[in-house]
Design a protein around this ligand. Structure first.
Ligand code: GAL
Length: 837
């Protein structure tokens, strides 16, 4: 029987923690949170909620970064943290699991809980996510009789086994809301509706089975299926996309949910940097809530870094995504601030949005006015949106006679349907331009004077054609390597008659991604696929000798494909070839059915050159004659940990392609030699108006797709030196490699007359210069401001006085502050400032 006790209720997370006190020891009983839904909203403990959620994938940062990222999301008005679960990370070999360190998704969920936030667990376990093989462990591919993502018994057993394991782990830790935990939602499969057609009837059966299997897990919170218009009840069908304002779920009893609101986009090798304007993102979100939306999840809130070999096909190591927090966890301003304000405005109207009645009036020329009213409480909120892509509008509302200025492609939110509290295009948050500075160390020396040592990748065996596997055909790469490495060596020898011992052509038909060809121990050429087009035909003139000629081909993958119908079957490597020699007189000799020898991976990988451990004693690293532009070379240097707390990056300018490790931890693949297409269509200015697509606001054309690589501070030693080891595959020059820190370089602000401009540097730094300040009609944007036709002569002085030497400053934008601007009466005056941190 229970003893009675003094109870005290502490509300954390909207969850009542009942603390039970007797004698000295408090016993915590965590109270259950009930999560249900109806056609209007997700209902938590009986209350309909509007919820803002943000994706932070635990393996794209480090456990040391998690608390800060999650706290920043909370500060930004986020209620829910969403993550996928990455099957390949955890079930490395069949039934062999790893949940250690950065793979500790339970610890991640507990960090979310400790921050007082809810969690949304997208189990998948197919996840897409620009992740290698869409999150599937590659060993699945080789299971006899398996067909992935369809009504196939072998696959379904594996999927069910992993899903159950994850659910059980969460249950054991009491992580589901009814157990007092943070998880309020879960997802099964991922956008299957997009690719279901080609799977025909089996696809339909599979989705029904997914729903049944998920429901049987009995987790006590709703399951969702995204982009699944035939999602069986009680699965909630949800929307993913750049815009979801027209979305209606397939069941009138399901709430309108946006599970992936694409805040930006990902980057590929050879691609430019995608950006999506803050004004457009805010517009899309305001419109979603205007038309009945109640759950909104940012994909991504923090994109982060693709460490190791985790990214999918041809995706860069950076997964910045132009998210609200940048790759390193800094606030991406003005996005973070402008959207934080939007969250607050929408959340303040939770009750009327979820309990009120609503109707929309078309006012012509793209203008739509939606009124939400709660007749019981008399509360109301209005959304006035202008979907016109060019015309700004002034409109007088009949209901109150007020005049509102609604810029093109923007939405205004009116508290009580009267006072403008937010407009998606009127950005008041500062813009921060990040900069990279040379890292300083405790010895106040710059780290860019690095001393390098090197060693060649041992290739004697493969150049002689020695490999442990022998088959008379050209094998598909991932079935052979099970993707334990990017690399597979294909080796054969060919007997050449005296008459053919001259110039010939080596032709290799490969599915990509990268090919290096060696003939008689010499590299004869390297080639890789451009953009999304991975496969290519390699052709090089070669010299044949009489007798045996050794042909050694190294095929490299750069992440396995992650999306599309039957994407898992996309062949990799030289897969069937053909590999041919074109001899004199155009005679073709097909080598495809020759005796081929195979070796998986590099010797340096097998011997773990990337870990600077004793058995690879220093003497094996050479310090003399540092080679430049030498393919297949390992480089090593040491460096001191940069001072401070700013994020650390290594600038890999000058290097070719390869993989980098710091103190044995992978910081990912590098490929600065791969330049973003000059003609990709980059723009200095980005017009936020009109429907976004990822080709719209690109920057960085003609430069390396990725030059800087994140080194999380937790990879670095406190008071000792660190080791950077590079494997260079195609040839590079390490002499320009340097370490830098990332910080706010420039802060810009903009405030219309009557408003207050607020600026701040991050991390305790102070303003050192004011580059521009004008109160009048200044033109341009951050980094490119210029004076307009009129201004107050005193602006610069006033701003200097208020900001210089300060971490943050506040200035009222008015003639009272700066003196007369002498602007014409019809000019809307504003203050623009550009300051250096
Ligand atoms: C979606 C997918 C996500 C991600 C996104 C693009 O289709 O569900 O996992 O791949 O596209 O970033």
């Amino acid at each position: 029987m229970r003893r009675s006790c003094n109870r005290e209720i502490v509300v954390v997370l909207g969850v009542a923690l009942v603390c039970c006190f007797w004698s000295w020891l408090p016993v915590l009983e965590v109270e259950a949170t009930q999560v249900t839904y109806d056609g209007r909203a997700i209902i938590i403990d009986g209350i309909r909620r509007v919820l803002f959620s943000g994706a932070i994938h635990y393996p794209r940062s480090t456990p040391e970064m998690w608390p800060d990222l999650i706290q920043k999301a909370k500060d930004g008005g986020i209620d829910v943290i969403e993550t996928y679960v990455f099957w390949d990370l955890h079930e490395i070999r069949r039934r062999q699991y790893d949940f250690s360190g950065g793979k500790g998704f339970i610890k991640f969920l507990k960090t979310v809980q400790n921050a007082g936030l809810y969690a949304f667990l997208r189990i998948g376990p197919y996840v897409c996510a620009e992740w290698n093989y869409g999150g599937f462990p590659v060993w699945l591919h080789n299971l006899p009789g398996i067909q992935l993502r369809t009504n196939n018994q072998v696959y379904k057993e594996e999927m069910q086994n992993f899903t159950t394991l994850i659910v059980d782990m969460c249950k054991r830790e009491n992580l589901f809301a009814p157990q007092g935990g943070p998880i309020i939602l879960a997802q099964i499969e991922n956008e299957y509706g997009n690719i279901m057609g080609p799977y025909r009837e089996a696809g339909k059966e599979y989705i029904k089975w997914c729903a049944k299997m998920a429901t049987a897990q009995n987790i006590g919170v709703p399951w969702i299926m995204c982009k699944q218009s035939d999602a069986p009840y009680p699965m909630i069908n949800t929307c993913n996309g750049f815009y979801c304002d027209g979305f209606k779920p397939n069941n009138p009893n399901s709430p309108i949910m946006w599970t992936e609101s694409w805040i930006g986009w990902f980057k590929t090798w050879g691609g430019a940097d995608p950006h999506r304007a803050t004004e457009d993102v805010a517009f899309s979100i305001a419109r979603f809530f205007q038309f009945g939306g109640v759950f909104h999840n940012y994909y991504m809130y923090h994109g982060g870094t693709n460490f190791g070999r985790t990214p999918g096909g041809y995706i860069t190591t950076s997964y910045d995504y132009d998210a609200l927090l940048d790759e390193y966890g800094n606030l991406n301003q003005p996005k973070w601030g402008h959207l934080t304000q939007l969250h607050a405005v929408i959340k303040s109207a939770q009750s009327v949005l979820t309990y009120g009645t609503y109707s929309t009036k078309l006012l012509g020329a793209g203008l739509e006015l939606t009124t939400y009213v709660n007749n019981g409480t008399g509360e109301s909120i209005c959304f006035l949106s202008n979907a016109n892509t060019v015309n700004d509008t002034n409109i007088v509302l009949q209901s109150n006679g007020n005049d509102y200025f609604v810029p093109a492609w923007s939405a205004t939110i009116l508290a009580n349907c009267s006072k403008e509290v937010y407009n998606t295009a009127k950005v008041n948050t500062q813009t921060s331009l990040m900069t990279k500075k040379p890292a300083t160390t405790d010895q106040s020396e710059h780290n860019h004077q690095l001393k390098w040592v090197w060693k060649p990748e041992p290739v004697r065996d493969v150049l002689k054609g020695w490999g442990p596997l022998k088959v008379k055909k050209l094998l598909e790469q991932k079935s052979t390597t099970i993707d334990v490495s990017d690399y597979l060596w294909y080796m054969t020898s060919v007997l050449v008659a005296k008459k053919d011992a001259k110039k010939a052509i080596l032709r290799v038909n490969t599915t990509g991604h990268v090919l290096h060809a060696f003939v008689n121990r010499r590299l004869v050429g390297s080639q890789w696929g451009q953009g999304g087009n991975y496969g290519f035909v390699f052709e090089r003139p070669i010299m044949l000798k009489p007798g045996q000629n050794q042909i050694t081909l190294l095929s490299a993958t750069v992440g396995l494909q992650n999306y599309g119908p039957f994407f898992d079957l996309t062949p990799t490597g030289i897969a069937g070839g053909p590999v041919q020699l074109v001899l004199s007189g155009n005679v073709t000799k097909d080598l495809s059915s020759n005796q081929w020898y195979y070796k998986i991976g590099l010797n340096g990988e097998l011997m773990q050159f990337y870990k600077d451990i004793k058995i690879h004693h220093h003497k094996y690293w050479r310090s003399k004659k540092l080679p430049i532009n030498r393919p297949m070379t390992w480089y090593k240097t040491t460096f001191k940990t940069p001072l401070g707390t700013d994020a650390v990056v290594v600038d890999m300018v000058g290097m070719g392609k390869g993989h980098a490790w710091v103190n044995g931890e992978s910081i990912g693949r590098f490929w600065p030699a791969f330049l973003a297409d000059k003609k990709a269509g980059c723009n200095d200015t980005c017009d936020y108006r009109g429907t976004y697509d990822p080709t719209k606001c690109l920057t960085n054309c003609g430069n390396p797709s990725q030059r800087w690589y994140h080194i999380p501070r937790s990879f670095l030693m406190k008071n000792r030196s660190n080791t950077l080891i590079l494997f260079e595959e195609i040839g590079g020059n390490p002499s320009q490699v340097s370490f830098q820190t990332v910080t706010v370089g420039t802060a810009c602000g903009n405030a219309y007359e009557g408003n207050t401009l607020q600026l701040s540097c991050q991390g305790g730094r102070k303003f050192t210069a004011i580059q521009f300040a004008s109160f009048g009609d200044p033109q341009g944007s951050c980094g490119m401001f210029r004076k307009g036709t009129c201004e107050s002569a005193n602006t610069l002085n006033v701003v200097r006085k208020a900001c210089l030497g300060q971490e943050r400053c506040k200035i009222t934008s008015s003639e009272a502050t700066f003196g007369s601007s002498k602007c014409n009466g019809n000019i809307t005056r504003r203050l623009a400032v550009q300051a250096i941190c």
